[in-house]
Design a protein around this ligand. Structure first.
Ligand SMILES: Cc1cc2nc3c(=O)[nH]c(=O)nc-3n(C[C@H](O)[C@H](O)[C@H](O)COP(=O)(O)OP(=O)(O)OC[C@H]3O[C@@H](n4cnc5c(N)ncnc54)[C@H](O)[C@@H]3O)c2cc1C
Length: 626
């Protein structure tokens, strides 16, 4: 753990300005700030129960303020479960807390989808309990909220973009948009014609790989070789890349489009690094360019991720940009919540879907058959021999330090495989073996609320990419042109507030895939909030200080969203199996007994649509069990 800098370095980083990043930790005033966080004497972030939460940091304002990524209380409960620290006698004596037709574990898109489609299939009278361990629903599709100079700003915590489904296509996503009356055309923040022309991404991905550079102004920082803008437009001319590197980067970028099933199978047998350097014989500069992108999207480095994944990353440069709601994909779980419990998200229109505060009282009422229980960590699910024969499963969970047990006729596990393997104590050995082949890697999404962003404007860019972060962090960040509604349209102007978002994975090249995920997660969880804050500040200074950025003036708040198991890792063999061993995906999808398993990674690669799909499948499967 680093100590807070003092003297000139402290001033350089702007640490003397009173901002919400450290003056409040989880909403609690911790005093003058610096000393409180800088001198905690532990190498483990968050430390013990009751100790100051040096891990989670400031969470913004609004309903999501206590649920920025995986918060420390959630991480602690999950690790107690993993490490077998729950006393078996206490588990056996958990307080009886009711009977349900269905219990859903997990309140992300998949869990809400399971509950929603279960009710749709069985009728409104069915009793459903959804358990979610965070203080807010949405899982990886949650949002951060900031109030800056009277402006309410939103940013994604993780899941951020989507492609609008074609109306009438008959797909699940088309049906979802129709059912929840989601618009397919949007209004965007306007850009004053008197300002210099500037192009923005409408999500947080279009800028990071440069594929949509024809639509976004991206600055590339090459350290001592300086800044180069929109490098692909003139085929990398003037960049510091060697002639060979330039040639191969252009070849790599042109290699997109559909891949046959046979080729996909082959690509699933090799790593992406081998594909790039041995099959395509590209200059290592290509690997270097894609390394952090693969690290974010697959969680591991190119020498551990399969080539199938890497090959799919490359997109046609003129492909229309994907879009994002202001809070990323959070309206999708919010729509499902509204569908399940209309009183919980008052209103019927699109604007209230995005901005209305959640009515937490409506999540759990004695008289209502569907209940959503937040801050509740499921610990154990097992088939029970109920003498009345009416219930088939017992589910034990912890909430606020107390253990409770409910009975259910069916369970949907919409939490990820990393925790399901600890909760499902009676799963068959072949399912356990399949789950053992799932490994996960972390990701970190940092939203920095800025008072103004004239430094970017003056540089003529809205996004940037860099290649070395020895003293800093990450590889890309951007501000977006946000979607607006009649009731909510913050001004897009270089002198007005905006959210600068950093997306990053934390791969460790050279280690095997699963080891890489676990090692990187251990480091990531042991890093206090303050260390990340310092690295973000240093990174921003190295990028922007020469262009007018002043941390003490411009930074209003920094929110970290840590996802310990952000990505299921896709090593060679994950999709089609290896050495005669089948892919683990199919076995997990089958579930067992009266347990249906439905979470987004059962698709192999995760996205909001796969969460919706596998949740729906699991909800309908359990409906058929009754
Ligand atoms: C950083 C990041 C960026 C992404 N970007 C995009 C994107 O731009 N577009 C896109 O389509 N997809 C994106 N995705 C993927 C996609 O959004 C997710 O795969 C999807 O939202 C996951 O939904 P889920 O319900 O399966 O899982 P989750 O969202 O993980 O939900 C599972 C829930 O279960 C809870 N839980 C876990 N254990 C327990 C327990 N024991 N008891 C109770 N609750 C528990 C978890 O806390 C969580 O809230 C992104 C994912 C990440 C991590």
């Amino acid at each position: 753990m680093s100590h807070l800098p003092s003297g000139p370095e402290r001033r350089r980083l702007g640490l003397d300005a009173r901002i919400t990043r450290r003056d409040f930790v989880n909403g609690v005033l911790v005093g003058a700030g610096a000393a409180a966080l800088g001198t905690s004497a532990s190498n483990v972030a968050g430390t013990s129960a009751g100790a100051e939460d040096t891990f989670t940091g400031y969470g913004g304002v609004g309903d999501y303020a206590r649920a920025n990524g995986n918060t420390w209380p959630v991480v602690r409960a999950a690790h107690r479960l993993r490490d077998g620290q729950y006393d078996s006698a206490a588990l056996a004596n958990a307080q009886a807390a009711g009977d349900f037709d269905l219990v859903v574990v997990g309140g992300g898109i998949a869990g809400l989808s399971a509950a929603y489609y279960f009710i749709k299939a069985t009728g409104a009278g069915r009793r459903v309990l959804l358990l979610e361990n965070h203080a807010m629903l949405g899982g990886e599709a949650r949002q951060n909220e900031f109030m800056v100079d009277g402006e309410r700003l939103l940013g994604p915590q993780g899941s951020n973009d989507f492609v609008v489904p074609q109306a009438g296509a008959g797909s699940l996503l088309d049906g979802f948009f129709a059912e929840f009356a989601l618009p397919r055309e949007y209004a965007w923040q306007s850009w004053d014609a008197k300002l210099r022309p500037l192009r923005f991404a409408r999500d947080n991905y279009s800028n990071m790989d440069g594929f949509q550079e024809s639509q976004v102004d991206i600055g590339y920082f090459f350290g001592t070789a300086g800044w180069h803008k929109n490098i692909w437009v003139n085929a990398l001319a003037d960049t510091p890349f060697s002639a060979t590197a330039r040639r191969d980067l252009l070849k790599w970028r042109a290699n997109h489009g559909p891949v046959s099933e046979a080729e996909n199978r082959h690509l699933d047998t090799i790593t992406y690094k081998d594909y790039l350097e041995k099959v395509c014989a590209y200059d290592p500069a290509v690997t270097r360019m894609v390394e952090p992108i693969v690290g974010l999207l697959s969680g591991v480095s190119t020498d551990a991720a399969c080539a199938r994944l890497g090959r799919q990353l490359v997109e046609a440069p003129d492909r229309p940009m994907a879009v994002s709601f202001p809070g990323g994909n959070s309206p999708f779980p919010r729509a499902l919540l509204r569908g399940l419990l209309p009183d919980s998200l008052p209103g019927k229109d699109f604007s209230s879907l995005m901005y209305a505060p959640v009515n937490f009282d409506a999540l759990e009422r004695d008289e209502q058959p569907v209940r959503v229980r937040l801050n509740a960590t499921a610990l154990r699910v097992e088939h029970a021999s109920d003498k009345r024969g009416s219930h088939a499963l017992a589910i034990t969970y912890e909430r606020g330090g107390s253990l409770s047990r409910v009975l259910a006729r069916a369970v949907v596990m919409a939490s990820g495989g990393w925790i399901n393997k600890h909760i499902l104590v009676d799963m068959p050995p072949d399912l356990r073996a399949a789950y053992e082949q799932f490994a996960y890697a972390p990701a970190l999404i940092v939203n920095v609320a800025l008072r103004q962003w004239r430094f970017l404007y003056d540089m003529g860019i809205t996004a940037c990419r860099w290649f070395d972060a020895d003293d800093g962090i990450g590889y890309c960040c951007n501000i977006r042109q946000n979607m607006v509604t009649a009731g909510h349209s913050p001004v897009l102007h270089p002198d007005r507030p905006a959210v600068l978002s950093f997306y990053m994975g934390l791969p460790i090249p050279g280690l095997p895939a699963a080891v890489q995920g676990a090692t990187s997660r251990a480091r990531f969880l042991a890093t206090p909030y303050m260390d990340f804050e310092l690295r973000i500040r240093r990174q921003m200074i190295s990028l922007f200080a020469d262009h007018g950025f002043k941390p003490e003036r411009d930074i209003v708040a920094i929110v970290l969203n840590r996802w310990g198991h952000a990505r299921v890792i896709e090593p060679p063999g994950f999709h089609y199996g290896v050495e005669g061993r089948p892919s683990p995906l199919e076995r997990v999808r089958e579930g067992y007994g009266r347990v249906a398993i439905g979470h987004s990674e059962l698709n192999g690669a995760q996205h909001w649509g796969s969460a919706l799909e596998y949740g729906k499948r699991a909800g309908e499967k359990t409906a058929a069990m009754l």
